[in-house]
Write a new protein. Structure first.
Length: 227
């Protein structure tokens, strides 16, 4: 390095801006995210640790959201999404925690999003009514499942405060769900629905990797009957 001529060093400067932009793009693309949806919201988690909440800037628009941070050098983009459906920016919100940034985009209509970004081929598909008494303002997480009727986990969490007698195991599950964070709730819903009610897991890191297989109790055999 000591033998490098000054002219050779200056040859790098025209590419410096392009290299900086490339580094910024790599940083944006490397931030992992996860998302799920309810009747009324699309919830996105950006897995980025130790962000300063005071430096965080989140800009919602009808078809997108932009997340950036500010420092002495200006604003730096962390992540941006172009939504497959329209949202209500005024009813959307976000929260910054030590582990991640949680975005809560308010849907303009109660439809099932089959994808977060791009064109959605199922744009006209309504979210299924999981209960005969379900309110139009309900906020239940929904996941792809082969079951015709999803479990009413919100009702289960609400009844955790009301149940004083009954099956102790059901009461325990209700208490766990009520006090759990978003990842734990997602793990419980996904594992229970995909396994046909034979598995209930609170570990999203494990459950989120793929489909949860059916695991019948010892001495029993799972059979899929034709519909």
């Amino acid at each position: 390095m000591r033998s490098v001529r000054l002219s050779q060093v200056w040859l790098l400067t025209p590419c410096h801006l392009h290299f900086s932009l490339w580094c910024l793009r790599m940083e944006v693309e490397s931030i992992k995210h996860d998302w799920y949806q309810t009747d009324n919201y699309v919830c996105i988690s950006l897995l980025r640790r130790n962000l300063d909440p005071n430096a965080l800037q989140v800009e919602f628009s009808p078809r997108s959201v932009r997340v950036s941070v500010s420092d002495s050098n200006g604003d730096h983009l962390l992540k941006a999404f172009s939504f497959s459906h329209e949202i209500d920016p005024n009813s959307s919100s976000y929260k910054c925690t030590p582990l991640k940034v949680e975005l809560k985009a308010a849907k303009m209509s109660a439809v099932q999003w089959s994808c977060l970004e791009g064109e959605d081929p199922t744009a006209s598909l309504k979210l299924p009514d999981t209960s005969p008494h379900q309110s139009m303002t309900s906020d239940k997480p929904t996941y792809p499942t082969s079951h015709k009727k999803a479990s009413d986990w919100d009702k289960l969490a609400k009844e955790a405060d009301e149940i004083e007698e009954g099956d102790p195991l059901n009461n325990l599950f209700a208490k766990i769900f009520k006090d759990a964070n978003d990842d734990t709730k997602k793990a419980m819903i996904k594992s229970f629905t995909e396994s046909g009610g034979t598995v209930l897991s609170t570990n999203w890191d494990e459950v989120g990797k793929g489909k949860v297989e059916v695991k019948p109790p010892d001495g029993m055999e799972y059979r899929k009957y034709p519909i």
